[in-house]
Design a protein. Structure first.
Length: 288
């Protein structure tokens, strides 16, 4: 008789190996956001966008400085480290970023949002033993740390926080405490549907970015352009999407005038860009 061979269950990676894998995915997700082009108002390898103080090289120096941070928060998440310790890692990472860029803020928002998602993915994997879906990672942030997020001190010197207070709007910590609804309901479904429809990473990421700009109260847009600037950016994004977005041929040519308009008004949707990088990470970590 022939022996029946049963598949041997795959051995989950060690917490250390998983932390390094998630850390690498975080950095590659931020690099994917940088490489995505064209993007209205944002830095790409070929454009400064609406920024005079930074270019792609500034972002690359920042990414190099942040490599260890994402590995560290992944390892901390796997061991259920308290939120206060995760916050300390983030403060150190921000200081490293500023040293690398000469005081220029390239990734402050991503240090916060993507750091939490990396830690949550690591903790979920350690508890469940399987890679989570992207939406599960978002909800894990809420379930693990919502009370601590809502009571943590804010950096009132940052432009985003000043805009938040001036306009009386919620910020990214409220998004995180709610389980990142913009990621769950807008960014990740849009990204994955666009990837299935186009098989084109650039088109899918642009479609996701414009979908985020259309609905996000982006604090960077508020800081740079006030309520009128935010409304203008949202209107431009909605018009682009109504014309087929990046799912239709010729989308790069149609996006060109939008980029020119953002740059003329010095508008930069940095908060939406952070969410785009987070969405790419959530998508990639599902198979990691």
């Amino acid at each position: 008789m022939n022996a029946v061979l049963h598949p041997v269950p795959a051995t989950p990676p060690s917490p250390t190996a998983a932390a390094h894998r998630l850390g690498r995915l975080a950095i590659t997700s931020l690099h994917a956001e940088l490489a995505c082009a064209p993007k209205p108002g944002l830095v790409t390898p070929w454009s400064r966008g609406s920024h005079q103080d930074m270019d792609a090289g500034t972002f690359l120096r920042s990414l190099f400085a942040l490599r260890g941070y994402f590995v560290a928060v992944a390892a901390a998440g796997a061991h259920a480290t308290p939120f206060e310790d995760l916050r300390a890692y983030g403060i150190d990472a921000e200081a490293a970023m500023l040293r690398a860029t000469g005081g220029i803020n390239t990734h402050r928002g991503a240090i916060f949002s993507l750091g939490l998602l990396v830690a949550a993915s690591a903790q979920f994997r350690h508890i469940k033993g399987t890679p989570p879906q992207g939406g599960e990672v978002c909800l894990a942030v809420r379930d693990y740390w919502a009370p601590a997020l809502l009571t943590a001190p804010l950096n009132n010197d940052s432009p985003g926080q000043r805009a938040r207070q001036r306009h009386g709007v919620a910020g990214v910590r409220e998004q995180a405490a709610q389980g990142f609804p913009l990621l769950r309901d807008v960014a990740l479904p849009t990204l994955q549907a666009a990837l299935r429809a186009t098989q084109d990473r650039q088109a899918a990421m642009v479609q996701t970015l414009m979908s985020l700009i259309a609905v996000t109260t982006d604090l960077n847009l508020l800081h740079r352009g006030g309520e009128r600037g935010l409304a203008f950016a949202q209107q431009q994004a909605r018009r682009f999407l109504a014309e087929g977005g990046a799912l239709q041929p010729g989308w790069r040519a149609r996006l060109g005038p939008v980029c020119d308009a953002f740059e003329a008004k010095r508008l930069s949707p940095g908060g939406s860009a952070d969410l785009l990088a987070c969405a790419w990470f959530l998508h990639q970590q599902e198979a990691a």
